[in-house]
Design a protein around this ligand. Sequence first.
Ligand code: F0G
Length: 424
Amino acid sequence: MSDSAVKLRCLKSGELYSANTASFYSEHGGLFEVAIDFENVPSFEEFDQRLVSRAAIDRSGVWRFRELVLPIPENRMFCRGEGNTNLYEHEDLNQFALNARVQLKHEGENPTGSFKDRGMTTAISMAKHLGYKAVACASTGNTSASMASYARMAGLLPIVLIPDGKISSGKLSQALAYGALTLQVQGNFDDALSAVQKVCSEQGIYLMNSLNPYRIEGQKAILIEALQQRGWLVPDWIVLPGGNLGNTSAVGKALREMLELELIDKIPRIAVIQAAGANPFFKMLRDGDDQLVPMQPETFATAIRIGNPVSWGKASRIMQECRGVVLDLDEQQIAEAKWEIDRCGIGAEPASCCTLGGIRKLRELGHMQSGADVLGILTGHLLKDPDANLSVHTELESRKSSAPIKVSAEPQAILDMIHNHLNL
Ligand code: F0G
């Protein structure tokens, strides 16, 4: 694979730039996306053969698809076995989703517990290649945990900006454990993102938010790997949560490229699910606006507590190409979906659970047919947000509480309690 297969394209003018351009915007003010001159793309059979290979880049669920994801020279691919996440099915999920046929791809099974690792392996590979010594991001938590880990493993200094007091303890503790310089910014995620962009451009630090087009390339592999697990069968729908909308852009780009390469012959519909307290993209599409109106975000799904998503332009294009639907869920609906996913034994952090709640709402509103084949994406691990687990499973009034019950150490007292509870 050669350097020349990868370029950056300005989304405003369409002009091509070198892959090594450090800025994320062209001089025309347009955001860059990666433009790949696809060569020697293996057949599905050849991709499948890599599943039994012992080579690190074949075992990675991102670099296994390197010709489609980011065809840079192999010695520049920095990986730590990301991806290879499971697809789950459960009859209770189908019932909750009012008879849609649901498969959930659990991206919380990545090395640092979220889908961010897929974009991080590609963006850190570029950071090393471009000679940066430090990388930075603003984050609601998962990007910072992932970046801190990958940066340390690659020998780079991680700097993270987080919204003051609004990130879950699981994620904050990861950034601290990996030794990121962690700055709690007085403001929300959107304020932190605007600050970190300026800091990076002035200090020669590489920005790792999804404005970085190389992040998007790695995240394409969520879709590609899911198709491989499904025997390359395209689902009817893909459903995922939307915050900054980088992931929506990534899934859509992967579909567009695979269709152009005639690897697939149809495009599924996409549904993006936001929290009602952080739903600027939902409102924009509902009202038929051509500009996004930023808002003050609030939701217990802190990962998607974002009021001014940077990738709304890219995501709008995807919505048109994929006959997309954007819905929003109130806090109760997110909590109900989380209860269900957790009780199936799968478990996920709150933002992820918008996926299942969204599928149910798509059925309720008649967008989705009964029996539809749905690929849902769970974005983060259950343990990312221990406080949310405690509150949903002990305080959700509509569901049975699983709060711990005090009992004496007498075996008979314990047996009585079990009998009472399980009606044995
Ligand atoms: N789900 C989880 C668990 C997330 O952490 C995020 C984003 C999203 C969904 C939304 O993805 O932004 O691509 O639309 N988290 C970012 C972060 C913002 O900083 O960790 P998106």
